[in-house]
Design a protein around this ligand. Structure first.
Ligand code: FE2
Ligand code: FE2
Length: 252
């Protein structure tokens, strides 16, 4: 069951709970002159996400489909959304578009962006941050200036079926989920980007999994990322990889 909730003016959180994965998959619709979808969800989540968008606007009007890194739960639905929104452009980091979109044959409809570039949607304005190796090589984040919304993708996620907005400190659960999934190769690229995120002073942190975190509640999450280990230590999606494989990674 996919739900949609308006969090800030014109910013809608679309969320699907997966009991199997133990997380929600969230996408964000920005209702503006140039309607924009941030994350598409997986290929299989397309119908639910599209129907949720329909409660706010016609999905054929989408002008931008923004992906924050190339991965199934992030942009697995992009071809289906591009097919039903003839004017839509795919927007990703320049690296993501060069490495992936062009090589997958989607270059004609894709635009790569660099750190500091902006995109006006009407009332809302997106500012792009390149955040390489925060999870993936091609990762970026988006800051929406009018609502002071940060879209950090998989950073600041919380496991469990969370409400649209939280003020709770779920940082221990966040770190445990990272250690179990093994989605960060190393702590350092994350820690390098934290001061930039703090300087933005976001009012809303729209995590891709879990709740949107209210700005005042963010500090303990950031502190936890600074103080504790959360990078890959031999576990992938809860499964211990073989001793040999883990030793090979450690000695690199
Ligand atoms: Fe991801
Ligand atoms: Fe994700």
């Amino acid at each position: 069951m996919t739900q949609i909730d308006e969090i800030a003016r014109g910013i809608h959180r679309i969320s699907t709970w997966s009991p199997q994965a133990g997380i929600t998959y969230n996408q964000f619709l920005i209702d503006d002159e140039l309607p924009t979808l941030i994350h598409t969800g997986t290929f299989g989540q397309y119908d639910g996400v599209r129907d949720a968008i329909r409660r706010v606007l016609d999905p054929a009007r989408l002008a931008h489909i923004v992906l924050l890194h190339w991965e199934g739960d992030e942009n697995g639905g992009m071809e289906r959304f591009l097919a039903q929104a003839p004017q839509a452009r795919l927007v990703g980091s320049e690296l993501s578009i060069t490495l992936n979109a062009r090589a997958f044959g989607l270059g004609d409809r894709a635009a790569g962006v660099r750190d500091g570039e902006a995109l006006d949607l009407g009332r809302h304005r997106l500012r792009f941050l390149e955040t390489p190796h925060v999870h993936h090589w091609d990762s970026m984040m988006v800051f929406e200036e009018e609502s002071r919304s940060l879209f950090p993708s998989d950073l600041y996620l919380q496991p469990g079926e969370q409400p649209p907005v939280t003020t709770e400190n779920l940082s221990s659960e966040m770190l445990a989920a990272y250690r179990s999934a093994g989605i960060f190769a190393h702590e350092q690229p994350v820690r390098d980007v934290l001061p930039r995120l703090e300087q933005l002073r976001p009012d809303w942190i729209h995590a891709m999994h879990g709740a949107t975190i209210a700005g005042d509640a963010l500090a303990p999450y950031t502190e936890a990322l600074r103080k504790h280990e959360f990078a890959y230590r031999g576990t992938l999606l809860g499964r211990a990889v073989s001793e040999t494989a883990h030793a090979a990674v450690q000695s690199d």
